[in-house]
Design a protein around this ligand. Structure first.
Ligand code: ZN
Ligand code: ZN
Length: 369
């Protein structure tokens, strides 16, 4: 079928809206009419070239839509008409990590995923007979997407599809880092560095967990304001004195938990510095390839500090997507308030120009009417 998609032909160039061919879903795959796709930074890294990827590519990994057709052998989980959110990290269910309940660490499908294909190693997208690649096997900056059935997580139809799309990446990454990775306790003090979709989700989960003090740090006052509307108690501007300011707000001790949602090495180090003895730094943003952190070795030992990563919120999407959707429906996670801008697919370049603007928590691209 012919579909409209935002195609990136080479890093540094704008997204180009093209009519591309999308082949039928094969065994184990599903055709989804995409309705919403979040404007996430991971796609931007493809555009800038910081993340290497075969080109041309259709990006978009934070998506949701309606299942239109099933390929062979798709039974059980997903049906035509289901509303689904995309899981961009399919897992095998049978390896060492899957067996330990750690699906985010499963490496089984990393090869086809980074080759930009479906799990069988071939793409479904093409343009003029030449292959076009799929970012994370989801490629949802498009009207339709063929995706592996295991990447589709059905959600209740009461959940708006723009909210469902965010559950597919930013929400699960941020909320999961608080509830699954750190397991923040009631009464805790928390710092969150970097307020976008992930940072906002981290703040609302910290509030849900009963954190008493939620200090956010960002480059702009506008982002701090957004975070306050989700439960942040204090907003600080990123700068040299920020660690001292955090200590001043926590009786000189530092915070129990510090989350980095920026992926910037110097910010991750500030995250570590802002911890109290016995505190935990959770690195959620991904630093540049090959980067290293300079952390005080004696402090780690003497002050029993923990530094951990959190990838995709240490989540099991099949269980956690519906759980976070339920918390939204119960009014415990105000996920609809995260959507601060809405765009059409042909406004994708504008959407990415606005990514860092003060008034943006999360932009969403809405397909169709
Ligand atoms: Zn596995
Ligand atoms: Zn994302």
């Amino acid at each position: 079928m012919k579909i409209q998609a935002a195609v990136l032909f080479e890093p540094g160039k704008p997204w180009s809206i093209e009519t591309v061919d999308l082949a039928e879903p094969r065994e184990g795959e599903v055709l989804v009419r995409v309705r919403a796709a979040g404007v996430c930074r991971s796609d931007w890294h493809i555009r800038t070239g910081e993340t290497k990827h075969p080109m041309p590519v259709v990006a978009g990994h934070e998506g949701a839509g309606v299942v239109e057709a099933l390929g062979e052998g798709v039974e059980g989980g997903v049906k035509v008409g289901d509303h689904v959110a995309f899981n961009w990290a399919p897992n095998c269910g049978s390896c060492f990590f899957c067996g330990k309940g750690r699906p985010a660490l499963c490496g089984e499908y990393l090869e086809p995923k980074w080759a930009g294909t479906m799990l069988d190693g071939t793409p479904r997208l093409s343009l003029g007979g030449e292959p076009v690649y799929h970012f994370t096997a989801t490629a949802c900056f498009a009207e339709y997407a063929v995706v592996p059935a295991m990447c589709c997580v059905p959600l209740l139809k009461e959940v708006p599809l723009e909210v469902a799309s965010l559950i597919g990446c930013a929400v699960t990454t941020g909320v999961g880092s608080v509830l699954n990775t750190a397991k923040v306790e009631e009464g805790s003090s928390v710092a969150v560095f970097g307020i976008g979709g992930v940072g906002t989700s981290t703040v609302m989960a910290a509030k849900l967990a009963g954190a008493e003090r939620i200090i956010v740090v960002d480059q702009t006052e506008g982002k701090c304001e957004i975070a306050r509307s989700f439960g942040a108690t204090d907003g600080l501007l990123m700068g040299d004195g920020v660690v001292d300011e955090i200590r001043a707000l926590t009786e000189g001790r530092g915070v129990d938990y510090a989350f980095d949602a920026s992926g910037v090495v110097s910010v991750q180090e500030a995250c570590f510095e802002s911890l109290r003895a016995g505190g935990m730094a959770v690195l959620v943003g991904i630093g540049p390839a090959g980067s290293k952190l300079a952390l005080g070795s004696p402090e780690i030992t003497r002050q029993e500090k923990t530094v951990t990563g959190s990838y995709y919120g240490t989540a099991d999407p099949a269980l956690d997507f519906p759980a976070y959707a339920q918390l939204y429906l119960e009014g415990k996670l105000p996920l609809d308030q995260m959507v601060t801008q809405r765009y059409r697919l042909d406004q994708i370049n504008e959407a990415y120009t606005r990514l860092n603007d003060e008034d943006v928590a999360r932009g969403v691209i809405l397909m169709g009417d």
